[in-house]
Design a protein around this ligand. Structure first.
Ligand SMILES: CC(C)(COP(=O)(O)OP(=O)(O)OC[C@H]1O[C@@H](n2cnc3c(N)ncnc32)[C@H](O)[C@@H]1OP(=O)(O)O)[C@@H](O)C(=O)NCCC(=O)NCCS
Length: 207
């Protein structure tokens, strides 16, 4: 059974709101947005993930996605999810709408209280506000339920749409760097961002 966790904004306490029962959350979590829900992937999603990711315009903007992308790649990726989610290091979610799975969004632990934010949508679903809504849902989960201190993110300089998603979601630019790109087999000039707990709290102050 899928349990929809209510997302409250707790401005005072940074203590995790899951009472340590990460296993329970990992197995049953689904986050509700207005237009979509975020849910864990299953191996049955591999063909659809492959259909959407085997697209140069998507893969070439992502760090760790091979191109061409095969169903074996999809199954191998999804197969890692249960373990890393249980460990609390990775929280990957399928973005699901009425028409089915349209993309993915997730966070990956890079330091004790810091997680790196990433997302992609199938090309037919771009520019409809979907990534921004999914981002808002996952950001609230990261700060409110997991009680982390900071989210980081980055995009290649030729990907301004991703920069818009990040700034619309409250991230601020912290600098520039190079980031690897598996599909392009090279390092790419990138723009780096972060969203601190303090900044998130300030943006979510009750009226
Ligand atoms: C980046 C991506 C996730 C954006 O998803 P999305 O659902 O289209 O994003 P949203 O609709 O919520 O917001 C997109 C914003 O970018 C803007 N945008 C789109 N193309 C743009 C461009 N070439 N230059 C500047 N802004 C652009 C849109 O106008 C919109 O901003 P607005 O709301 O101010 O008008 C999607 O394009 C994608 O999956 N790309 C391939 C994978 C990828 O880049 N992942 C992120 C890696 S860092």
């Amino acid at each position: 059974m899928v349990r929809h966790l209510p997302l409250f904004v707790s401005l005072s306490s940074p203590a995790p709101r899951h009472d340590g029962d990460v296993d329970m959350i990992a197995e049953t979590l689904a986050l509700a947005g207005n237009k979509m829900r975020l849910r864990p992937f299953t191996l049955d999603d591999a063909p659809r993930v492959t259909e959407l990711l085997n697209n140069w315009s998507v893969a070439a903007m992502l760090a760790r996605v091979p191109f061409p992308y095969t169903e074996a790649d999809g199954k191998a990726w999804i197969s890692t999810h249960a373990e890393t989610r249980k460990a609390g290091t990775d929280w990957p979610f399928a973005i699901e709408m009425k028409q089915g799975l349209v993309g993915a969004i997730g966070i990956h632990q890079t330091a004790p209280d810091t997680m790196e934010f990433g997302y992609w949508l199938g090309e037919p679903y771009w520019n409809k506000g979907i990534a921004t809504e999914a981002a808002r849902t996952l950001i609230n989960f990261a700060f409110d339920i997991l009680a982390i201190e900071k989210l980081t993110a980055g995009h290649y300089i030729n990907n301004p749409a991703s920069g818009r998603v990040l700034t619309k979601s409250g991230f601020e630019k912290t600098g520039e760097s190079t980031r690897p790109c598996l599909a392009q087999d090279k390092d790419m000039a990138s723009i780096d961002y972060h969203l601190t707990r303090e900044r998130w709290q300030a943006q979510n102050k009750p009226l």
